[in-house]
Design a protein around this ligand. Structure first.
Ligand code: AOF
Ligand code: ZN
Length: 376
């Protein structure tokens, strides 16, 4: 029955298995948009030690949902078992019938879920449906971690825009570049690999046109085995200055490339980019003629994006900070940085915003230090 008390041992066991469900879901981040990437585990709790019967993850494109994958893999063994799932099972008839019904039909006895699904079609009704069928429901297990894992989905359904993660690298002195000198190499090989994994877990990588002009980056995933997981590339380019000969445009036929321009940007420039395979999205400009970032993100949300990974430059990062559109900040301090800088990594708006961000963890990656901040 719902609401029965859990022993301290049971609570710990639930958290351990929820951690597994969340980690499973994270594997398909970047592949499931507009849907969240959910993880689910079916566990036999009848013996002294829990036995994992089956696992499931939301499939690329967003369907089938995680619970269906796990239940299908468990088959008849699901009867009487416990289902762990990082997000509340859906209750709506969308492109597939409700997962909550599938859970009931499979004979699951107990459901442990990470967080309520704020999708207006669900919002607690999944849990309700399970409870009404006599299933014991524990909601909110590791809710913080589940929230973080589903931040993209949650931000899109509650605010109509993707969640924005900004990545910045700085030297130990706090500089990101030099005004006149050569480009600084701030992070090492291992850190770069870690960043490529973050790219793979995003729905889109975003940069400002200044970064394209300065660095001519490829913005794809170059980790062995994960090359196919390069997400959409987005260049914020108010006046359409992206060179048709740049590497992003040269590879626009292989990796989807969206150039976001202000309504007033020249049509001829658009035609050149489109002819090479890029897509140009038009967004109203602000008073200075720059793309209005909130409108841009709403458009990206309407297109289904849930997670945008912004890799600079400093101007775009600072503009996002000024508009209060940064949900997560990854700050990398390169301890083996070569070269001296004179351009501060944190712009004025971002410095002001730091008070509103909360440090959630850090990680030593080779010689470099990653610090993770999020909106408090
Ligand atoms: C789940 N498990 O693995 C996922 C869920 O268009 P549909 O029918 O696929 O429904 C999409 C909605 O379902 C999505 O907005 C979100 O609320 C939920 N996603 N739910 O039970 C899953 N990916
Ligand atoms: Zn579902």
């Amino acid at each position: 029955a719902a609401g029965s008390e859990r022993s301290p041992e049971q609570i710990l066991r639930d958290e351990r298995l929820m951690r597994l469900a969340i980690a499973l879901g994270e594997r398909n981040l970047g592949l499931t948009w507009p849907n969240p990437s959910v993880g689910s585990v079916v566990v036999d709790e009848s013996g002294e030690h829990p036995v994992i019967l089956a696992q499931g993850v939301t499939q690329p494109g967003g369907r089938p949902h995680a619970e269906r994958m796990a239940l299908a893999a468990a088959g008849e063994r699901a009867r009487g078992a416990t289902l762990y799932v990082s997000l509340e099972p859906c209750s709506h008839h969308g492109k597939t019938p409700p997962c909550a019904d599938a859970v009931v039909e499979a004979g699951i006895r107990r459901v442990v879920s990470g967080i309520e699904d704020p999708d207006a079609r669900v919002t607690g009704q999944g849990h309700e449906r399970l409870g009404a069928a006599g299933i014991e429901v524990v909601a909110g297990c590791l809710a913080g971690a589940a929230y973080r894992a589903h931040r993209g989905h949650i931000t899109r359904v509650t605010q109509g825009r993707p969640a924005v993660t900004v990545k910045l690298a700085r030297t130990t002195e706090g500089f990101a570049g030099s005004r006149n000198g050569p480009r600084l190499m701030i992070t090492g090989e291992i850190a770069n690999g870690r960043v490529h994994l973050m790219r793979a877990h995003a729905d889109a990588i975003m940069v400002g046109v200044g970064t394209v002009l300065a660095d001519d980056p490829l913005l794809n995933v170059r980790l062995p085995g994960l090359e196919a997981r390069s997400p959409i590339r987005i260049v914020v380019d108010s006046h359409l200055r992206t060179p048709p000969g740049s590497r992003v445009i040269g590879t626009a036929g292989q990796v989807p490339t969206w150039i976001v321009a202000a309504t007033a940007a020249p049509v001829e420039a658009e035609q050149e980019l489109v002819a090479r395979g890029a897509e140009v999205l038009r967004v109203p400009g602000d008073a200075q003629g720059h793309v209005a970032l909130d409108e841009m993100l709403r458009l990206l949300g309407a297109r289904g994006l849930t997670r945008v990974f912004c890799e600079g430059g400093l101007a775009l990062a600072d503009a996002l900070a000024g508009a209060d559109l940064i949900d997560e900040l990854v700050l990398i301090t390169g301890r083996s940085a070569r070269g001296r800088g004179d351009v501060p990594a944190l712009g004025l708006a971002l410095q002001d915003r730091m008070d509103e961000l909360r440090l959630t963890g850090d990680e030593q990656v080779g010689p470099d230090l990653f610090m993770f901040w999020e909106k408090a």
